[in-house]
Design a binder for this molecule. Structure first.
Ligand code: SAH
Ligand code: SF4
Ligand code: F3S
Length: 481
């Protein structure tokens, strides 16, 4: 997914109970930028350092090791790192004045893209580590402690997942009902605007047995909802237990059999990989949530070709029709880029038309940002910033309208809600709809961790209100509010 899910990973430790012991241990702070893949990787980095005795902390001031897990997708995202490094440097210098060594590491996609350049530009950085090297972090940290300026941006041949601690460990710490599992990483698609194939490398899928093992452990730790992650998750082709390549639909059909797993999602998908088998999985598997993030980027076939997306606007319409025929209650979201080099008014109008025709429940939209080393950045017909801004505003206004229409369309519908925790108001519990929106319901606290049928009664800006569908007395409480 895109950048809306930024922010540090959940930090729950049991250190409060043992303050003296905790203080003696070294501490790591990880801040995550960019996509879900980074959020997941941040947890893995905290885990790998945890195995070395580090505890994870929620503020950089408490840390002996500060890791910034960066994103390179747009210029703004990449530049954020340098301003953040300025802040971290102040913390590091203050610690040094106290006689304490703090190491600063840059991980993630900026690390991969810029490598040595980071150490040159920001001398406060002790360590640069690319996404494929996280399993080597303890060794790199030890080296950086002795001699700052360590850079590891290799794409090693060994499988990093085999060398990282269990994903289930993180889930037990987070005590959540939902978890992410990376099943595929990297991308071979080379869209002309995108850095991912360069920062994450070629497409690699994890073997089915590994994914299954993670999901089974997560389920035993109480997880009910698993989102499978990949830069191109529907291109998944992992080695199955039968020695054959399994595709995503086959993997999904296996994962729904895991006891305790009630909901599955996957993100992010490419339209080119929406196969008949995957669409059939949406028809056949009630556990597969009726929400599909399917980035299209542009509604103009001409621009799509220039982007190297390898499909037309008509192809996209056909896919959407088939998906909706298979799963009529499915909601769609997408990513859009406005102001791609050479995008005309007519091209942009095609994008607006595509949005009107499809009707999205949500979308992320971005101004085209030229990225070093990508083909589109070298195009001559770059658009002025003002025009990009204008188009972005128009597109976002349309999406906001559609988002509201979608939320409103849910009122009166009965849907399953996975309840998580108490809400803000007394007696209220909060859960998630199949469409990812939080739902507030007056309900007993015993619903936590269960899926209950809820009738949606109203909408708020980013959430829904509902009443338990099977308990009329509860409805009365809600009505009396
Ligand atoms: N693999 C996914 C997207 C990964 S990047 C896919 O194929 O759709 C997430 C989103 O960032 C993209 O969908 C795109 O909308 C946006 N993005 C990527 N590169 C960009 C760039 N150079 N400028 C602006 N937006 C970009
Ligand atoms: Fe980037 Fe395109 Fe790959 Fe998505 S499919 S990660 S946009 S190159
Ligand atoms: Fe950003 Fe890298 Fe993800 S560039 S969007 S963090 S794959």
């Amino acid at each position: 997914m895109s950048e809306t899910l930024n922010g540090p990973t959940d930090k729950t430790t049991d250190d409060a109970a043992r303050p003296a012991e905790a203080a003696a241990r070294k501490a790591v702070y990880v801040k995550s930028y960019g996509c879900q893949m980074n959020v997941y990787d941040s947890q893995r980095m905290a885990d790998v350092m945890g195995a070395e005795g580090y505890r994870e902390v929620a503020s950089p001031e408490e840390a002996d090791l500060i890791l910034l897990n960066t994103c390179h997708i747009r210029e703004k995202a990449a530049e954020k790192v340098y301003s953040e490094l300025g802040r971290m440097r102040v913390i590091k210098d203050a610690a040094r004045a106290d006689g304490r060594q703090v190491l600063i590491g840059v991980a993630g996609c900026v690390a991969q893209a810029e490598g040595e350049e980071i150490v040159r530009r920001a001398r406060t950085v002790d360590l640069v580590v690319g996404p494929q090297s996280y399993h080597r972090l303890p060794d790199l940290v030890a080296r950086a402690a002795a001699r700052p300026g360590v850079v590891d941006t290799e794409f090693p041949v060994e499988d990093k997942f085999r060398h990282l601690p269990d994903a289930a460990e993180a889930a037990t710490r987070a005590r959540g009902l939902s978890a992410f599992v990376t099943v595929q990483e990297g991308c071979d698609k080379f869209c002309t605007f995108c850095v991912v194939p360069y920062t994450r490398g070629a497409e690699v899928s994890r073997p089915v047995a590994q994914v299954l093992d993670d999901v089974e452990k997560l389920a035993r730790a109480g997880v009910r909802e698993v989102s499978l992650l990949g830069q191109n998750v529907n291109a998944y082709h992992g080695e199955g237990p039968d020695g054959l390549d399994w595709d995503l639909p086959r993997l999904l059909r296996r994962l729904v059999e895991v006891p305790g797993i009630a909901r599955l999602r996957y993100t992010t998908s490419h339209p080119r990989e929406m196969t008949d088998a995957l669409i059939a999985a949406h028809r056949d598997l009630p556990e597969l949530m009726p929400y599909l993030h399917l980035p299209v980027q542009s509604g103009s076939t001409r621009v799509l070709a220039a982007m190297n997306r390898k499909h037309s606007r008509e192809d996209y319409f056909r896919i959407i029709d088939r998906v909706r025929a298979a799963r009529p209650d499915i909601a769609l979201s997408s990513d859009f880029i406005v102001g791609f080099p050479g995008e005309t008014d007519a091209d942009f109008e095609d994008t607006m038309d595509l949005i009107r025709r499809v009707g999205f429940a949500a979308a992320y939209s971005f101004k085209y940002s030229p990225r070093p080393g990508t083909p589109a950045a070298g195009e001559e017909d770059q658009l002025p910033e003002t025009l990009k801004t204008e188009r972005l505003h128009a597109l976002q206004a349309l999406i906001t309208e559609q988002q509201r229409a979608f939320q409103d369309s849910l009122v009166g519908r009965v849907m399953d809600v996975l309840f998580e925790k108490p809400g803000r108001k007394p007696g209220q519990m909060v859960g998630r709809s199949p469409y990812l929106s939080p739902v507030q319901v007056i309900a007993p606290s015993s619903v936590a961790g269960t899926i209950v049928s809820v009738r949606i009664t109203g909408t708020q800006t980013n959430s829904l209100n509902g009443v338990l569908a099977d308990a009329p007395h509860m409805n009365a409480v809600q009505a009396a509010e």
